[in-house]
Structures are given as structure tokens and as C-alpha cells.
Design a protein around this ligand. Structure first.
Ligand SMILES: [Fe+2]
Ligand SMILES: [Fe+2]
Length: 440
């Protein structure tokens, strides 16, 4: 006897997969929240002044990129995750609000991210864990358990920086925006927005500050120069075989610490590329975190070698010049000019430092070099895509050349305008580096 078969109707199919579809819907929301967090939290990096806080935010941004990536990977194994990567308007609106505007107090903005939006993400992960089947959905469960531990740690790590910051009013404002959604997953009771609620993004849209914040540290235009009584990194000394290797080591640590420039201007690119594919932001987040570690190499080693960090002026020129240019030009200069062009001098510096048998210095410089090679690779991969986002149709090479020329012009207009915070007697200079290094 022949068995009768019937074609399943769409409603039967979705009914059969309902348990999966519901969890996939939540994973999709979590993906969008993590990637939009990454796109917006990075605006804090150049607005906060404390280097340790910059470094921490870069680390959290990178971990969030990792969360988003693993959620997307898992989501794609499930039916209904969707192939697109865009963030829905209701989620985007809350994160854009959290960015504040150019005059916002950066620590209040930090508090908004870390005492309202991140705890809500933690609550969303906990909700996911509660409602999913631990055996059937084991792969997601393992990820979410790990992310909960990360989120709890992020909240602990940020706490010291938010001591004494009064963000009650701002936090209430963001809480209302979030309550309107019923939490990131809509898992709570919705509290619709009051009629009088004013979205700040409509009143004062965000714009990048004209300069970056370095808090209590002294600043200047540039740390590279030719005068040992004025500048800490004396260019000809880096390649002069007569220079004492201990002097080169100190100068390269100043150089590495000043990759704080790269942290600050690279962090500006995320918010400016709302239509970027997630993988672009993922690799930018890695790039950002790498630079924050390179800067830490100098920031942590200089005091050990006898340098008082309060005498080391921070160079602001690169941020100040690049911020006048659109994001794809900033990224082009970073990867195709500054990074690609730094290898020969750095190779020479590494050879000289090796004379000192300083294993730690050799290790830091080797990892810096390895990371930088990846950054140039990222540039080749992503610059054409970023150009497309900005409607730039010229061939990449032609665009890079034109951007290099534009940079020269902009450097003359917007560079060299930051006066020294410290008189030369007080600041770290080449001459002082020689004295601290014990060289004659
Ligand atoms: Fe670097
Ligand atoms: Fe780099």
C-alpha cells in the first residue's frame, strides 16, 4: 500500500522549528547589540584622558568583537539567523544616543555605557541561558556562559574609573530608552517612552572632538625631531651606528608609547562607517587592541628604566591632522603610509636593541613587528571596501597617492599647533635620554 505524503505548509515548517527559531531570534539580537556596542563604545577612546582607561576600553572593544563573531558563527548554524549583518534601527538608536555629543563629559558617557547598556547586555545573556535548552542548544550555551564571565569582568574592571562620577541624570535618560525596548531582548515589560522624551542625537548630533584627550599628561605637537635639546626621539640617532643601544631602547619605548596616537585616531573610524561589514569592524577592533598593547609596551617599560612619565609629552599632531580628513583617508594613511613605511627603521632599531641582551625588549619589538605586518595586510584587505563606503571610485594606488599629498597640505595647516606643555629643561629630550641611559 502506498503511503500518502503531503508537502508541509510554511506554517507547519515554522511550527516544527519554533524552538530553534526563537533562540536564533535572541542570538541575532545579541549579535546586533555586540556589534553596535563596538561601533559606539570606541568613541570613548580618544575622549577619555587616562591612558589606562583607553587601554581597557580597547581591550573590551576587542572582546566584544569576539563575542559578536562567535555569536554570528553559531547563529549561521541555525535556521533563521539571516545572512545580512545590519543592526536594526531600534537598537542603533539607543547606542547612538549613548555616544552623547562633542561637549559631553567623557566619564559620564563611559558610565552610561558601563552602568546601563553593558549590565543590560549581561542581563540579556543571563536570560538566554535561562530560557535555552542546555542539551539541545549546548553550543550556544557554552558561548553564552563564557560571555557572561567576560561581561562580569568588564564591569569589575571599569569600576575604579567611575568612582565619584555622577552620571545619575544621564543613566536615567539611557535607562528610559532601553526600557522602551523592554531590555535588549524585549524580555522585560516594556515601559513606553514618555511623550516629552527628547533624543539628544536629534538636538546635538555627535561630532569628533578637534583634539584628543590625554588627561593629566603634558602634550606637544610631535616627539620626533632633530634637536636633542628639544625632542625625545632624535631621528638621526635612531640610525647612527655611534648611538648607544641603551639610548635607542629608550627612544623606541617613547615611540611605542606614542602609538597612543594610533589608538586615538583609529578609534574614530568605527562610528564613521555605519554600513561597514562586521568583519571590517572586527579587524579594526583587533588593530585597535594591538596598538593599545604596543603603547603599553612603552608606558610600562619607560618607568622601569628610570623615566618619569610626567616628563614625557604626548604628541597630538597625528590625531589633530587626521581628524580633519574623512575616515577612509585616515585609514589609508595609517596602513599604507605610517605602518607600511615604518619597517626599515624599526628593523635597524631591533638589531641595535638586541646588542643589550634584553629579552623582554626583544620580545616586545618582535611582537610589535609581527602585529604591524598584519595591520598592513588588513589595510590591503579593507581599504578598497572602506573607499567604496565613501563613494571613492579612483584606483586604490591613485587614491593613496592623492591622500598622501593631501596629508602634507593638512599637516601644514593643522599640525604643529600644539605648544609644549613643559619647558625643555623639564621635558624628556634626547639629551636627557642619554643621561638616563648612562651613555656619554
Ligand atoms: Fe603599533
Ligand atoms: Fe599598527
Amino acid at each position: 500500500m502506498a503511503t500518502t505524503t503531503s508537502t508541509p505548509t510554511p506554517s507547519a515548517t515554522s511550527g516544527r522549528m519554533a524552538a530553534v527559531n526563537e533562540m536564533t531570534r535572541l542570538l541575532r539580537l545579541l549579535f546586533e547589540v555586540e556589534r553596535e556596542f563596538l561601533r559606539t563604545v570606541t568613541t570613548l577612546v580618544y575622549r577619555v584622558g587616562e591612558p589606562e582607561l583607553k587601554y581597557l576600553i580597547c581591550q573590551h572593544a576587542w572582546e566584544s568583537a569576539g563575542h559578536a563573531r562567535f555569536i554570528r558563527e553559531r547563529g549561521r548554524e541555525l535556521s533563521g539567523f539571516g545572512t545580512g549583518e545590519e543592526v536594526r534601527a531600534s537598537i542603533r538608536r539607543v547606542f547612538v544616543e549613548a555616544v552623547g555629543h562633542a561637549q559631553s563629559n567623557p566619564l559620564v558617557i563611559t558610565a552610561g555605557f558601563y552602568t546601563v547598556l553593558k549590565p543590560a547586555l549581561l542581563a540579556a545573556y543571563r536570560h538566554y541561558l535561562k530560557v535555552t535548552d542546555h542539551l539541545a542548544d549546548w553550543p550556544s550555551k557554552k558561548l553564552v556562559e563564557e560571555f557572561i564571565a567576560d561581561e562580569e569582568r568588564h564591569l569589575r574592571e571599569i569600576t575604579p574609573y567611575l568612582q565619584g562620577v555622577d552620571a545619575r541624570e544621564w543613566n536615567l535618560h539611557l535607562t528610559q530608552a532601553l526600557d522602551d525596548l523592554g531590555g535588549w531582548l524585549g524580555q522585560e515589560t516594556r515601559l513606553p517612552l514618555a511623550a516629552g522624551y527628547v533624543w539628544q542625537q536629534q538636538v546635538k548630533p555627535y561630532a569628533h572632538p578637534a583634539t584628543c584627550n590625554r588627561g593629566k599628561y603634558p602634550v606637544c605637537s610631535s616627539v620626533f625631531g632633530f634637536d636633542p635639546t628639544e625632542d625625545p626621539i632624535v631621528r638621526p640617532w635612531l640610525t647612527d651606528p655611534q648611538t648607544d643601544a641603551r639610548v635607542i631602547r629608550l627612544m623606541v619605548y617613547v615611540w611605542l608609547m606614542m602609538e597612543m596616537d594610533a589608538i586615538d585616531y583609529l578609534a574614530t573610524v568605527f562610528i564613521d562607517t555605519p554600513a561597514a561589514p562586521f568583519d571590517l569592524h572586527h579587524d579594526l577592533a583587533r588593530h585597535l587592541w594591538d596598538e593599545s598593547r604596543h603603547s603599553q609596551f612603552g608606558f610600562r617599560q619607560l618607568p622601569k628604566l628610570g623615566v618619569d612619565l610626567m616628563t614625557v609629552e604626548h604628541s597630538l599632531d597625528l590625531y589633530n591632522i587626521l581628524i580633519q580628513m574623512p575616515a577612509h583617508e585616515r585609514y589609508a594613511l595609517m596602513t599604507m603610509e605610517f605602518e607600511a613605511g615604518s619597517f626599515p627603521t624599526k628593523a635597524h632599531v631591533m638589531d641595535r636593541v638586541r646588542e643589550l641582551s634584553d629579552f623582554e625588549a626583544d620580545t616586545l619589538l618582535a611582537f610589535d613587528r609581527n602585529d604591524e605586518q598584519n595591520h598592513v595586510r588588513y589595510g590591503h584587505r579593507w581599504l578598497p571596501e572602506m573607499m567604496a563606503l565613501f563613494g571613492e571610485a579612483r584606483p586604490t594606488e591613485e587614491f593613496v597617492k592623492a591622500t598622501q599629498a593631501k596629508f602634507k597640505d593638512f599637516a601644514a595647516r593643522f599640525g604643529g599647533l600644539t605648544p609644549h606643555s613643559l619647558p625643555k629643561e623639564k621635558r624628556l629630550t634626547g639629551e636627557k635620554i642619554r643621561r638616563i641611559a648612562g651613555a656619554n
